[in-house]
Ligand binder design. Structure first.
Ligand SMILES: NC(=O)c1ccc[n+]([C@@H]2O[C@H](COP(=O)([O-])OP(=O)(O)OC[C@H]3O[C@@H](n4cnc5c(N)ncnc54)[C@H](O)[C@@H]3O)[C@@H](O)[C@H]2O)c1
Length: 282
């Protein structure tokens, strides 16, 4: 049953989550820090919906109808009557803490507070609230309107009821969920991609194989849609570095320790597609 959703952070992920929920009939508030950010978010949603309409995947009238269900705002108080809140702000613990402390005060007592973090333990985010049982990870994938998966992550204190609520929500908005039963750094998907990318970068760094050949091996040998280094360029070399560092910090498992090449690329500003150069040139 469609309800009220508040999305905090109108960037790439937040606007995508707002879009798919509104398409499924949810009333959505989309909060960011200033009007420029919410306008950018809404602009991205409009573009995506128009593309779907052009391809005949939705009716032309659905574009405006969907947008009408999304209210951009710079006021976090807009989350006060939300049934579910999904936080999608920068991947920095202190910023997420600030948001969750505020949400804990603002939101209804029975609201579920979800985080879209890709690698920060949910338990660590939940710990600053008075309701850790209502905090859960909903890890959507980019681009949200296209990607089917939502990885649900139980924090140490997440209740069964909270998990059931976000499972029903994610399925209602068209996603397939997998449940991560224990709150480990990087969950399942970020752990897997980090281990693969770290090993891939080591092989390239030591001259064993070129980036192109490594990606070709994964595509043609394993049937991956995209090689790990092309994926890293798309996601952001900095994002991968940050994720593997986080997992390494938590586990002290050296298979996640970022190779020097990854660190130097970030220092040099070769962050992938967004800067025009990463493992490939764009
Ligand atoms: N980009 C991806 O592929 C991807 C995939 C899965 C998960 N994630 C996770 O999703 C989250 C968001 O990532 P993104 O790629 O959308 O980032 P982004 O940089 O595109 O957007 C983040 C937005 O949050 C806003 N913001 C910062 N502080 C805020 C606050 N206090 N209140 C409201 N808005 C605030 C920023 O202004 C920005 O618009 C991160 O935790 C990231 O790790 C990203």
């Amino acid at each position: 049953m469609a309800g009220r959703l508040a999305v905090v952070g109108a960037g790439l992920m937040g606007s995508g989550i707002a879009q798919v929920a509104a398409q499924a009939g949810w009333q959505v508030t989309l909060r960011d820090l200033d009007d420029a950010a919410t306008t950018r978010g809404i602009g991205g949603i409009r573009k995506s919906l128009e593309k779907f309409a052009e391809k005949g995947k939705i009716e032309a009238s659905d574009v405006e109808a969907t947008l009408a269900r999304i209210t951009p705002t710079t006021d976090l108080e807009a989350a006060a009557d939300a049934d579910i809140v999904v936080e999608a702000v920068f991947e920095r613990l202190e910023i997420k803490h600030e948001v969750f402390r505020a949400l804990d005060k603002i939101c209804k007592s029975d609201a579920v507070l979800a985080t879209n973090t890709s690698a920060i333990p949910v338990t660590q985010i939940a710990a600053v609230t008075e309701r850790p049982e209502a905090v859960v990870g909903t890890h959507f994938f980019s681009p949200v309107p296209m990607m089917q998966l939502c990885e649900l992550v139980r924090g140490y204190k997440t209740s069964d009821e909270t998990l059931a609520t976000v499972k029903a929500f994610a399925e209602e908005i068209g996603k397939t969920v997998v449940v991560v039963n224990r709150d480990i750094a990087g969950f399942v998907t970020t752990r897997l991609i980090s281990a693969l990318v770290v090993e891939a970068v080591k092989l390239v760094e030591s001259g064993v194989v070129s980036a192109e050949d490594l990606d070709t091996a994964c595509r043609l040998g394993f049937g991956h849609a995209m090689g790990p280094l092309a994926t890293t360029d798309l996601t952001g070399v900095d994002v991968l570095l940050h994720a593997s560092k986080n997992i390494y910090t938590d586990t002290a498992d050296e298979k996640f320790f970022p190779p020097e090449l990854l660190q130097r690329m970030v220092t040099a500003g070769d962050l992938g597609r967004k800067t025009g150069k990463g493992f490939y040139t764009y």
